[in-house]
Design a protein around this ligand. Structure first.
Ligand code: DAH
Length: 346
């Protein structure tokens, strides 16, 4: 019996030593010390041995079983270690190879400048407001004193949207300017009022280097008591001087917009030639910048404001134009073109 046990042990140890994978080790374990393993069978048969043999064989069998278990555990550690070393060798990292820089996005030049504009007007007490790009004909035209048959409608070629029509608000349009927020804001906030409205606007237009069907404007409106165009001149001079980081002069010329009376056009002194005359200012020393004027009583009325108690002015300029001027961009289509060679320059 002892001999048989000894042989079993040396056979098991030999197989364990030769085992090269965790799965073979598992098989060996089952074969010798598993529930129906060879050594287990012997242990089970001990009860039938003579009283003299029982303790001797029992002790020996248990000792061998422990030896086999230890050998399997040791071999498992050895195989694991070898596998880890193999994996490490094949996955090693060469820390001297230069890394790949992750590509970081950045804010589009249009919104960079929009943010600057907002900050300057914020500091002068203007609130930034927002409104729908799909607008009603009423807010886009009628509310601004531009009735259906008014020739001024022809200046803004409009995208109309098919769908429901409502008696007061008429058809839906893609807003042609940010001015609809004048009546919307008066209705919502009343007087006094100080707002700017940066936003996207749309015109049904053939595109070329200076026209796009989508562009950005900034609307402004101030309503209070005893307000005149002098306040507008002061605000715009301050705004442009802060934006360009040097003193800028502004001038008014007469202009016509149905929603203001009187209406003006505002120019600023050319920053390139400082008034001497150059190509940018078409040799006039002045750059055309925006439309503005004293808000028409009909518009105040549409906004629910008593024109006997309050006056105000409004202005609208092209943010897109401003950016083109600032960075000397010669084609408007580059701004929304999505070409990274362009946007990466800002
Ligand atoms: N909405 C005008 C346009 O798109 C610009 C404008 C002119 C806005 C005069 C105003 C204004 O608020 O008073 O051409």
């Amino acid at each position: 019996m002892k001999e048989k046990l000894k042989k079993l042990l040396s056979l098991a140890l030999k197989e364990i030593e030769a085992g090269s994978s965790l799965s073979t080790l598992k098989e060996i374990e089952v074969k010798f010390i598993g529930r129906k393993g060879k050594l287990t069978e012997i242990l089970k048969g001990i009860k039938d041995l003579s009283e003299k043999e029982k303790p001797i064989i029992g002790q020996l069998a248990n000792q061998y079983k422990n030896q086999i278990e230890t050998a399997i555990a040791d071999k498992t550690v050895e195989i694991n270690k070898a596998e880890i070393e193999k994996a490490l060798a094949s996955e090693s990292i060469d820390i001297t190879i230069p890394g790949q820089k992750p590509e970081l996005g950045h804010i589009h030049p249009l919104y960079q400048v929009q943010k600057e504009v907002e900050e300057i007007f914020n500091q002068m007490g203007f609130t930034v407001v927002d409104g729908p790009e799909i607008e009603s004909e009423y807010y886009n035209f009628e509310g601004l004193n531009i009735p259906e048959d008014h020739p001024a409608r022809d200046c803004q070629d409009t995208f109309f949207i098919k769908g429901k029509e409502d008696k007061k608000h008429k058809r839906l349009v893609l807003r042609t300017h940010t001015s609809p927020l004048q009546v919307r804001s008066m209705e919502k906030y009343g007087a006094p009022l100080r707002i700017i409205v940066p936003g996207r606007v749309f015109r049904y237009e053939a595109t070329d280097a200076s026209h796009d069907a989508t562009f950005h404007q900034v609307e402004g409106m101030l309503i209070d008591k005893n307000i005149s165009l002098a306040h507008l001149k002061g605000v715009m001079k301050e705004f442009l001087s802060r934006l360009f980081g040097k003193e800028v002069n502004v001038r008014f010329r007469p202009g016509y917009f149905p929603f203001v009376e009187p209406g003006v056009e505002l120019d600023f002194s050319c920053l390139i030639c400082l008034g001497a005359g150059c190509r940018v200012c078409k040799h006039t020393g002045w750059v055309e910048f925006m439309g503005a004027g004293m808000t028409h009583p009909n518009v105040l009325k549409a906004g629910g404001i008593d024109s006997k108690k309050y006056q105000g002015w409004a202005f609208g300029f092209g943010l897109t134009r401003l950016i083109m001027m600032r960075y000397a961009i010669n084609d408007i289509r580059l701004l929304a073109g999505g070409d990274l060679r362009f946007t990466k320059q800002f």
